[in-house]
Design a protein around this ligand. Structure first.
Ligand code: ATP
Ligand code: MG
Length: 439
């Protein structure tokens, strides 16, 4: 399908704006873009979000693969003064979340609660209550049993008042609580958080969680009284045409243009990730010595396509693939399989190479994988149960090592394999052969 890029012909007029609009402000990699923000109007994401906020009474969960635009979307939908933003990666307990809210909405109150900690409140009790800001006070102090009990009672009181204070501040300020990367918070703490949020939801508190589409919200759905109280908005897959919009907008802003086929290639290699598309567009400008908005329109060219994409390889994706190919640590000797290209590797390497051999497709069926194994192996493919076992292990390692974000996921009920991480997909296409010598 052709991408309706309209950036082919450079605009005729000479730009009047300052030439000093830097490239990095146009193609934003890892932040919120302004000039190249694509309003995904062909999807119902925005209207669903607005309606859900309007309905209230529900936790809104925006779920989508890594680098699919969850954070950017939410920041665009909620202005800074309408939200309290907590990053799941910076908190490890529910109480950290309440503390952070109090801090953000009312620094003075936070200082007061800190001052409230008496000498006998040990770091032990604070840690028990999960309050990190208190950790470290009265280090190594030995207390009598009675003093310890008094400390525990005070801490409990303080924790519950902290929850109330945080929720009070949120409700009275009319702020929406946003927890980004919700999946980073350990599971029992996620459940604690949601339990504490149940009642305030009825009082009009608005809550948004952003997470990857795995198991992060399952335990919460299973919580008593939470059925029907969670609105999941899945980020729709980015189409090549939407990805093309990023290039179109950015190139028009910079007063440059590239041929349709070049832009189609960039969109195709982005594996549905606006992040990769932003990166490629920026890189294409750089290799054409475009670092600012151009006064005279300029045509961009892509001479060595392979070199261009190879330079964009991400080393963390290489590590991910390396550990998936290594499989679980066990002393069991693995069967070596011969590939048609003369190389060899165990079943883990064979399965990963077979996935890569499909393009890779980011979603493939078990049968497609089996067909691909036939293509790459010199001998018969492994037995069905062996392939399934290896896929399950790859999926497990993926989650254990790379958290809920995962990398490659095997959905057993539908016998479907998902390459959930666009960087991993990209590496599979452009990197050296998995399990090969030059890896
Ligand atoms: N609507 C958009 N229009 C243009 N570019 C976008 C858009 N959304 C995201 N991007 C690009 O993709 C990058 C990643 O987006 P974002 O950080 O929102 O992804 P994410 O899904 O939150 O990722 P993670 O799972 O790592 O938290 C942004 O820095 C930006 O370059
Ligand atoms: Mg994010």
């Amino acid at each position: 399908m052709a991408i309706p890029f309209s950036g082919r012909r450079p605009p005729k007029q000479i730009a009047k704006e300052s030439p000093q609009l830097p490239l990095r402000d146009v193609f934003v990699v890892g932040g919120t873009p302004t000039y190249t923000y694509v309003n995904r109007t062909e999807t119902d994401m925005e209207s669903r979000f607005i309606d859900a906020l309007d309905d209230g009474n529900k936790i809104i969960t925006i779920s989508g693969p890594t680098k699919s635009g969850k954070t950017v979307f939410c920041k665009k939908m909620l202005a800074e003064d309408q939200r309290v933003w907590i990053s799941g990666g910076t908190v490890s307990t529910a109480d950290d979340v309440w503390t952070a809210i109090v801090h953000k909405l009312d620094g003075a109150t936070a200082r007061q609660s800190e001052a409230y900690v008496s000498e006998e409140d040990s770091s032990e009790f604070a840690a028990e209550a999960g309050i990190n800001i208190l950790a470290g006070s009265a280090k190594g102090e030995k207390r009598s049993k009675r003093a310890a009990q008094r400390g525990a009672a005070k801490t409990k009181f303080r924790v519950s008042s902290l929850v109330h204070e945080a929720i009070d501040l949120l409700v009275t300020s009319g702020s929406t609580l946003v927890i980004d990367d919700f999946h980073y918070i350990p599971e029992p703490e996620r459940v604690r958080l949601v339990r504490a949020l149940k009642a305030p939801l009825e009082e009009g508190l608005r809550v948004v969680f952003l997470c990857v589409p795995h198991r992060a919200i399952e335990p919460i759905r299973a919580e008593r009284d939470m059925q029907g109280r969670i609105e999941v908005i899945a980020v729709p897959p980015w189409t090549n045409s939407e990805l093309g919009e990023i290039a179109k907008k950015g190139f028009a802003t910079l007063n440059v243009a590239a041929e349709d086929r070049v832009l189609e290639g960039l969109a195709l290699e982005s594996f549905g990730s606006p992040h990769l598309m932003q990166e490629f567009c920026r890189h294409l400008c750089r290799v054409n010595s475009v670092r600012n908005r151009q006064l005279l329109s300029k045509a961009l060219t892509l001479r060595d396509r392979d070199e261009f994409f190879r330079r964009a390889l991400d080393s963390s994706a290489q590590d991910v693939l390396g550990s998936l190919a290594a499989g679980p640590t066990s002393s069991r000797k693995r069967i070596q399989r011969s590939f048609v290209n003369g190389e060899s590797g165990d079943t883990y390497v064979a399965v990963l190479r077979a996935i890569a051999n499909t393009g890779p497709k980011t979603k493939l069926t078990y049968n497609e994988l089996r067909e691909s194994l036939r293509d790459i192996l010199a001998d018969e493919p492994p037995a069905a149960h062996e392939i399934t076992r290896v896929l399950e292990k790859i999926s497990d390692i993926s989650r254990q090592r790379f958290g809920e974000r995962g990398a490659i996921d095997f959905e057993e009920t539908h016998k479907t394999i998902h390459v959930v991480d666009p960087f991993v997909a990209f590496y599979m296409r452009w990197g050296p052969p998995i399990g090969g010598d030059d890896e």
